[in-house]
Write a protein that binds this ligand. Structure first.
Ligand code: ADP
Length: 542
């Protein structure tokens, strides 16, 4: 028997409609490329999103068609998000840091009709335009005066908005329709698309704002540093609208000084990014003696948050770290590290010990670990296996990919991450399957070794990769970038591990480099690093 409640679809447009109606005066602040700091509010954001939606309809965009965005986090990108999905088309966020061939591939694979483009990507897009097979036009996200000349017939964002009024009712349709498309960075092979629905996005948003999610309320000021082209800025543009929080959009400048200016000036209470970004901010704070007066919490995920970073934020700056784990295929949130009831009073070292875990599943995410034979492994905190997940915002199939990579276990998505789960349900990620170091049939966690290495005061960044060894198959090589102006020797580095790990985990060698390769989403690129060190011979190889 069906129930008698209103069958109202969960649509992305309802988020901005809510923010405009109930939090209309709450500010959205952006650092823009063309007009400095821009300020307006949720009510104006909805009005302009509606005008933009009408402009897209006038351009002939049909529901279900994909419209690309290649842009920094600004109010115009936010408007594009809501206009495209709101009128029933699909927002395809393009990561401009992908290799040009990958951008060409995803734009054509997604069959983008138009691409919204920040002026800073004008040359990039102009160069690729001849290879785009479905794109009918580029829309530069600026006013007429700032229009780049490299794409002569490009459309102007502000003119499109000026050409329409806001007399528009967001359409209603099936909540299972596609709303947004995001490609994984494709470290191997072509990028693959995760196609989110309105429903999956809304359910993910409810989970994200909850206290044991990212815990976002109307009284918060949120600065998403994580780009809107990196899994929808971890859902923050939706979460902020759902609660009507103040948003601060950092635009292009993500260096420590620029971020600090906004964090401080706008009194940001919550922010989010990958660890690499926070290295820049913490360096800036260290060298200038600046503080974080208003910030209460920082969400760190995308790669493991080193203990040293966590302690610096919490002990020196009074900012609580929320360690989270997720992936493009999970919209992205999977686990968040907040204390369960029995851990609510933890303080000091015991608290930070627990925070090393990437967290526990939020409602809506179910998980298990399995061995090579797909047998479920116990949650004893020791057994390490591949993490499998399922839930209403977890990917079922990649966008337009034939053949689909098979689900190893029907109904479960294999994350490719390796972890242990402790008896309390917290996950302890040790590696990506492809990065695990196999030494004499046993696994060594590169993430654990990296975390310890970056805890050394003279180490800026560190990576550990497996190098061929005639006796053990592979042994760990530690690759280190020193802090500017500081020194550390190989022996000091290796001594640093003593007492912190089982002796046989100690790296066989240390290589000092000027920089480490990163992926398009700011993570260590182990693939490129392994390539750099492919002919490396360990001193222990005999
Ligand atoms: P990509 O950077 O490959 O485009 P994602 O942003 O989807 O894709 O990355 C997801 C991956 O990032 C996860 O599968 C996991 O390996 C890694 N990751 C995310 N959060 C954490 C974390 N807290 N600790 C360790 N690894 C993490």
């Amino acid at each position: 028997m069906l129930a008698n409640m209103m069958d109202q679809p969960l649509l992305i447009s309802s988020l901005i409609a809510h923010a405009a109606r109930y939090h209309g005066q709450t500010e959205i602040v952006s650092r823009t490329l063309d007009e400095g700091i821009h300020r307006y509010n949720w009510a104006e954001a909805e009005q302009r999103s509606k005008r933009l939606a009408k402009a897209l309809i006038a351009l002939g965009v049909q529901p279900g068609q994909r419209v690309g965005t290649m842009a920094w986090n600004t109010y115009r990108h936010l408007e594009a998000y809501y206009a495209i999905a709101g009128m029933g088309a699909v927002t395809h966020t393009i990561n401009p840091r992908l290799f040009p061939e990958q951008i060409e591939y995803i734009v054509n694979h997604a069959e983008n009709q138009f691409i919204f483009c920040d002026t800073s990507f004008a040359d990039l897009v102009a160069g690729l335009l001849p290879s785009f097979t479905t794109v009918k036009g580029i829309i530069f996200m600026c006013d007429r005066a700032s229009m780049p000349s490299v794409v002569p017939d490009a459309l102007c964002f502000e003119e499109l908005i000026a050409g329409q009024d806001a007399n528009y009712t967001w359409p209603e349709f099936d909540e299972r329709n596609a709303a947004a498309l995001c490609y994984t960075s494709g470290t191997t092979g072509n990028p693959k698309g995760a196609l989110y629905s309105h429903r999956s996005t809304l359910l993910h948003t409810f989970a994200a704002i909850a206290p044991d999610g990212l815990g976002i309320s109307a009284s918060e000021t949120v600065l998403p540093v994580v780009p809107m082209f990196h899994v929808n800025a971890w859902g923050l543009p939706y979460a902020c609208a759902m609660v009507g929080a103040k948003m601060v959009m950092p635009g292009r400048d993500l260096d420590g000084a620029s971020l600090h200016e906004l964090l401080d000036g706008e009194q940001v209470s919550l922010t989010a990014a990958v660890p690499a970004v926070w290295l820049g901010l913490l360096n800036h704070l260290r060298s200038t003696g600046a503080t974080l007066e208003h910030m209460k919490r920082v969400v760190i995920g995308g790669s493991a948050c080193p203990r040293a970073m966590m302690e610096t934020f919490q002990d020196q700056y009074g900012v609580e770290v929320i360690h989270a784990w997720g992936m493009t295929e999970m919209s992205p949130l999977g686990t968040v590290n907040t204390p369960k009831f029995q851990f609510k009073d933890l303080v000091g070292k015991a608290k930070v010990d627990l925070q090393q875990s990437a967290g526990r599943p939020m409602y809506g995410v179910d998980m298990m670990i399995v061995d090579e034979n797909d047998q479920e492994m116990p949650w004893d905190g020791e057994s390490v296996g591949e993490l499998m997940v399922r839930g209403p915002w977890v990917i079922d199939a990649y966008f337009n990919t034939d053949p689909q990579p098979a689900h190893r276990i029907p109904g479960w998505f294999g994350t490719g991450d390796v972890c242990a789960i402790d008896p309390d349900g917290y996950i302890w990620i040790t590696d990506r399957i492809k990065d695990v170091i196999k030494s004499g049939g046993e696994w060594i966690s590169s993430i654990d070794l990296e975390n310890i290495a970056v805890g050394h005061p003279n180490v800026a960044e560190a990576a550990v990769i497996g190098i061929y060894h005639p006796r053990w198959d592979e042994r760990p090589l530690l690759v280190v970038v020193k802090q500017p102006g500081e020194d550390v020797t190989k022996d000091e580095m290796l001594a640093w591990f003593e007492g912190k790990i089982a002796k046989w985990w100690t790296p066989d060698d240390v290589a000092f480099v000027d920089d480490l390769p990163h992926t398009a989403t700011g993570k260590l690129s182990k693939l490129q690093l392994r390539e750099r060190f492919k002919d490396y011979s360990l001193p222990t190889s005999g």
